[in-house]
Design a binder for this molecule. Sequence first.
Ligand code: CS2
Length: 470
Amino acid sequence: MPADLTYQPKTAIVHLGLGAFFRAFGCVFIQDAMAASGGDWGIVGVSLRSPDTRDALRGQGWGYTSVTLAPEGEQTRWITVLNDVLVAPEDPEAVMSAMAKAEVRIVTLTVTEKGYCHNPATGALNVEHPDIQHDLSHELPVSALGFLVRALQRRRAAGVAPFTVLTCDNLPENGRLVRGLVLEFARRLDPALAVWIESECKFPSTMVDRITPATTAADLARVAELTGCVDAAPVMHEPFAQWVIEDDFVGGARPDFEATGVEMVQNVTAHEHMKLRMLNGTHSALAYTGYLAGHETIADTVADPVLAAYVRRLWSEIMPAVQAPEGVSLTEYADALLDRYANPGIRHRTWQIAMDGSQKLPQRILGSLAANLAAGRASPALYLAVAAWMRYVGGVDEKGQAIDVRDPLAAQLRAASDSADTPEGKVAALLGVRDVFPEELAEQLKRPVTEAAVLLWNKGTRAAIEEGAR
Ligand code: CS2
């Protein structure tokens, strides 16, 4: 690892959505890049909702501990690339002026899938979304897209070049998706602005990967024990990290990513599909089945032999639906994933990963299913994953306990589930949710997902796996 930063870099990046993931991932890579090659790529972080991270970091000069959770023990490191943290709802003008500054060359984003206010099944902008409605008619926005477009509008008016938009969310062809959404929004605001963005702005796609569970109170105590210092907002993550970025930046302006092992490529699609389907697809499948089987974390889930066999079966169904990036063996990738999931140092809760399933299912699971259907390949384990999601969003677990379902469509999903008493009826109602299932796919899924659901409801998750998807 390069020596740590010996200077405080000037700001050249604004990051929207400052959660644990970007602090454990992008900030660490960018710190490494400057430690290796110099440059000024300091970051102003923006929280789009809560002031918690800002409040926690302010008293420690925006620095924080990054903790690597290796099976053999933890390693800590102090991260110093943040120069400020802004809270958008408190002061949207401060965010706008930070993004409009000519010195800012890149705007990075981790706003989660739902933060793009799009239809997950089609990728189109959801113009009915209240945040988008608000942002189309107010100069000071609330949504990430609103901030991007309004800040680009200011830069254009001031004769300043646009920034590069570098999305780091787990969405397929994420740069192209965000570009489409930004242009759709901009066209509604000012067609000339859209033309300018289309020709001047860059939206490289990226593949990001580092498992980063939410920090808990127990983690804070552990970090104090390890470092002898109280840190109000450390981040906890696995040793593994992989970042693949399309090398397409406005004016070529970017940190020296290569110096830190980031893979700079022309097209990231193959890497993205592999990661979304092989990692995130099985993560979501294990989150629903693991949760229903009574497991708190992914490590607990894969320690259960039935679920471990299930994840292997999932990979055998997913691999034919994935084109391996050049030089990558999918079998080795899957083996490495199982080791990462089994890391006992990581307490990644199934409930955390189960969140926002309506926004995740299409790119994580339904894409593989659609490819297998088109090729006539059987996918019992993937069907069971969809059925487990359906059971989960019904809001009651196998013991009759309520599930705290977090999803932007939670109410709609619950209503669909409650509209029928039988698994057959519930599946039919949930397949009717068009934000998740395109009509044609829903039709094809009806029979096999119903079969999986009947097994799941009647026998419970573990027995359903043993009988139908091993
Ligand atoms: C997880 C991801 O919470 C989730 O949905 O699947 O956050 C996953 O841990 C990361 O994508 C790993 O890179």
